[in-house]
Design a protein around this ligand. Structure first.
Ligand SMILES: Cc1cc2nc3c(=O)[nH]c(=O)nc-3n(C[C@H](O)[C@H](O)[C@H](O)COP(=O)(O)OP(=O)(O)OC[C@H]3O[C@@H](n4cnc5c(N)ncnc54)[C@H](O)[C@@H]3O)c2cc1C
Length: 376
């Protein structure tokens, strides 16, 4: 799997990346060759952001692929922003409308995108923007229910990019600046596939922002990890990060490896998402020699105990991505006298402090972030 994705990244960088800035806004329909379609893999860190940009820079001068680099950083920025404003996710996650499929609307493009999303688990970025805008301003549905519909069906679902993408369209992220889907813009950027003339509300009222605009919390960087010679290290991969073992291997740190599979959430995901995730997990397991698989906390704790692990490392869990940072597991580990360590990748550690305001000031830090991540 990882090798196939690396091949796909390489061929995207060799063949398509030079035209990305010019082409990326066009939704030509499946198979969406003008964009990378890598988000389901970056999201689970089957490929890390660092690897993606490294391959891109191997093929191109930095000035020629600025747009692509910025897009990769958009996800980092959203994740950091949500980490500093965690109550915003709690609000959408508390919503009761859990991803109901919208009925046929008669707006051809919208109905098409509903089907595309359900069947493939993917929508082009521009289509996500139009779709969310039509949902909110033409169909007058709450943005939270749309975010939950995406949550159920997107292969790349990310609590930060999805919640904040919907808020941005609604005009409550960049306050008072909603994104308005316009028929002529859809016609242009779908190359005449759709033209919903006179079907869209192109002059909507702003959505009310029910939440207070509270200040960002201060970023408290989690501890960094130091290894001693006598350490018996266990690393537990999960869908938040399926390649952290590669960086341990690169640093020649000996470790026992496990993988945690979260079965309980399956009913909240579509069949397409569940089978994609099963396939990814199966392939990760088959390509990771000696890995132990856990389906519940007891299996994980027994393994840590049996192997006498004194450093048990989990990928850091950002807001909305909690899998192992749960009281029940922490208590069980405490009983077994094992202290878990949630390891934040340097990529996030460096970037998150700058995600407290808008993307514009964050963007100015990209040259610095590339440098501290040894990419320039
Ligand atoms: C309403 C709405 C909901 C969204 N929900 C999600 C989501 O749940 N998960 C998700 O990963 N993205 C989400 N996005 C962002 C974006 O649409 C996808 O990341 C992008 O379409 C993924 O396709 P790609 O890999 O072909 O992107 P490419 O154009 O090839 O970009 C390369 C990488 O950059 C990152 N990226 C690109 N555009 C964005 C963006 N606008 N925001 C954040 N990261 C970006 C992704 O990691 C992507 O793989 C949402 C956008 C909107 C408007």
């Amino acid at each position: 799997m990882r090798n196939d994705i690396l091949l796909a990244l390489n061929s995207f960088c060799e063949e398509k990346l030079a035209y990305y800035a010019k082409n990326r806004n066009f939704d030509y329909g499946q198979p969406h060759n003008n964009v990378s379609a890598l988000s389901p893999y970056i999201n689970r860190r089957i490929l890390s952001e660092n690897e993606v940009i490294k391959v891109a820079l191997k093929n191109h001068k930095i000035g020629k692929i600025e747009k692509f680099i910025q897009e990769v950083f958009w996800r980092t920025y959203w994740r950091g922003w949500l980490e500093l404003h965690p109550w915003v996710y709690k609000h959408v996650n508390d919503e009761t409308c859990q991803g109901t499929i919208p009925k046929k609307t008669g707006i051809k493009c919208f109905d098409h995108w509903t089907e595309e999303l359900i069947e493939t688990g993917y929508l082009h970025n521009h289509a996500r923007m139009w779709y969310a805008s039509i949902w909110i301003f033409t169909l007058n549905k709450p943005w939270e229910s749309g975010a939950n519909f995406f949550k159920r069906n997107l292969l790349d679902w990310c609590p930060a990019s999805n919640t904040l993408g919907w808020r941005w369209v609604a005009g409550i992220q960049t306050i008072g600046k909603p994104y308005i889907a316009k028929a002529d813009n859809i016609k242009l950027f779908t190359k005449n596939r759709f033209h919903p003339i006179n079907q869209l509300n192109e002059k909507p009222m702003s959505v009310k922002n029910e939440e207070s605009t509270r200040e960002a919390i201060k970023f408290n960087p989690p501890r960094t990890l130091n290894f001693e010679n006598h350490d018996n290290v266990g690393l537990v991969l999960n869908k938040n990060d399926l390649s952290l073992n590669k960086s341990f291997e690169a640093k020649k740190i000996p470790f026992e490896c496990g993988i945690y599979i979260e079965e309980g959430k399956k009913s909240s995901k579509s069949v397409v998402v569940n089978s994609f995730e099963d396939r990814i997990m199966d392939e990760t397991i088959s390509k990771t020699p000696g890995v132990k698989v856990f389906y519940n906390y007891n299996q994980l704790v027994d393994w840590a105990r049996n192997y006498k692990l004194n450093k048990l490392i989990f990928p850091y869990e950002t807001t909305g991505n909690e899998i192992l940072n749960k009281r029940e597991l922490i208590e069980k580990l405490k009983e077994a006298q094992i202290a878990p360590f949630f390891l934040m990748r340097d990529w996030d550690r460096h970037a998150f402090p700058f995600a407290n305001k808008g993307f514009f000031p964050f963007k100015k830090k990209i040259p610095y972030l590339l440098k501290v991540n040894n990419l320039t």
